[in-house]
Design a protein around this ligand. Structure first.
Ligand SMILES: *Cc1c(COP(=O)(O)O)cnc(C)c1O
Length: 386
């Protein structure tokens, strides 16, 4: 069997149609989008069309969309940019314990600069505690940054409720929606979102390109100084091909959203049901309902997640334990610890993220392989069963 890819939360395979749309901008259409001659104007037009597509899908205006080099840059720009811009007035920020490192490390950096950060906890399903959020608000609070969907356990946060709380207290609400965009319908105005991060490679677009939505009227300092690109908020010659690819990818994702989600969720549920039936001593992590359609995260007691990954790799199956950003380190996932797992159970977790290219045959192969691997590893495990 060829490579079987179940790590769609880490990145996705770029759609062939997206590649086709990008190609001219990597060859004959190489003009700088800021130049006034014809090939420059063509690049500008392509960039602005992509901006319009993103704005249309998020329910905002094109001038509220800034292109970046990906999700991490969008998170950094939003959080640092807003925090620094409003620093004179206020210096307290609220986030959650289960954010992606692009948010957590950014907040840590701000803490070093003297900002005060509150990290809200989550319940055993990974949903943030709204009461704790309300209670954390102080006169010095400026910004709330809570992710839309978690990258490890797939849980969806009560975004609309957070938006309402933010509005009531006149706070700015940023959300890292990198896992949600392409999987969930999002209207930033209806949800009360002031700022949102997205990244193309998580929805079958190219790597190294993302976007940041910032509502008109919300101030933020720029992260990259230099030329006047992106309404003077992000210097650097535009990644025209990447931006065109992002535009095409987001368009495709929302054209077929319901259809893809239904299929993906069916495959995910089929996988989880089979594992529940065939493998004892497991724990399913994350909320069963409020969850991304393709995500599953299961702890296999008495087994190291990394041994699972190595054995799956021998069968050409790509998956993840915790998140790709933390693998390679022995620290158990901060997300799994936050939902109350022991170190041991957190380290025995396997994330399977199903995407639009996965088939039932691949899922059957995954189930069969996992049953074999788990049985074998448990027989060898020094931690004897019962
Ligand atoms: C992947 C991811 C990021 C980082 O995006 P990049 O484009 O890889 O920089 C940020 N937040 C979440 C939730 C992610 O899943």
């Amino acid at each position: 069997m060829q490579t079987v890819y179940f790590d769609n939360s880490a990145t996705t395979k770029i759609d062939e149609e997206v590649v086709k749309t990008m190609l001219p901008y990597l060859s004959e259409n190489y003009g700088n989008a800021s130049s006034i001659y014809k090939i420059g104007r063509e690049s500008r037009k392509a960039v602005e069309e992509a901006r319009e597509k993103v704005a249309q899908i998020l329910g905002c205006e094109p001038i509220e969309i800034y292109f970046t080099a990906g999700g991490s840059e969008s998170d950094n720009t939003a959080i640092k940019g807003i925090a620094h811009s409003y620093r004179q007035k206020e210096n307290h920020i609220i986030t959650s314990k289960i954010e992606h490192p692009a948010v957590l490390e950014t907040c840590k950096q701000l803490e070093n600069e003297g900002f005060e950060i509150s990290y809200i906890s989550v319940d055993e399903n990974g949903i943030i505690n709204l009461e704790e959020l309300k209670n954390a608000i102080k006169p010095t609070t400026t910004l709330i940054s809570i992710m839309f969907a978690n990258n490890e356990i797939g849980t969806l946060q009560p975004i609309k409720e957070i938006g309402e709380i933010a509005r009531k207290h006149q706070l700015i609400f940023h959300t890292d929606a990198v896992q949600a965009v392409g999987n969930v319908n999002i209207n930033v105005k209806e949800l009360g979102i002031d700022s949102l991060s997205l990244s193309a490679h998580k929805f079958y677009g190219p790597k190294g390109v993302g976007a940041l939505y910032v509502r008109k009227g919300v101030k933020f300092n720029k992260l990259i100084d230099g030329g006047h690109q992106e309404m003077n908020k992000r210097a650097g010659t535009e990644n025209v091909a990447g931006i065109v690819g992002l535009g095409k990818a987001i368009e495709l994702a929302y054209e077929n959203l319901e259809e893809h989600n239904k299929r993906i969720k069916e495959l995910r549920d089929y996988y989880v049901e089979n594992i529940k039936e065939k493998i004892p001593y497991i724990k399913i992590n994350g909320d069963m309902e409020k969850r991304l359609p393709g995500n599953s995260n299961i702890s296999f007691k008495f087994i190291e997640g990394d041994s699972l990954l190595l054995n799956l790799d021998l069968k050409e199956i790509c998956a993840s334990s915790g998140s790709a950003c933390t693998s390679g380190s022995l620290n158990p996932s901060h997300v799994l610890l936050a939902i109350g797992l022991s170190n041991e159970m957190a380290r025995s977790s396997l994330r399977i993220s199903i995407g639009k290219y996965n088939t039932k045959e691949e899922v059957d192969y995954l189930i069969e392989s996992l049953v074999e691997i788990v049985n074998r590893l448990r027989k060898m495990s020094p931690l004897k069963l019962l």
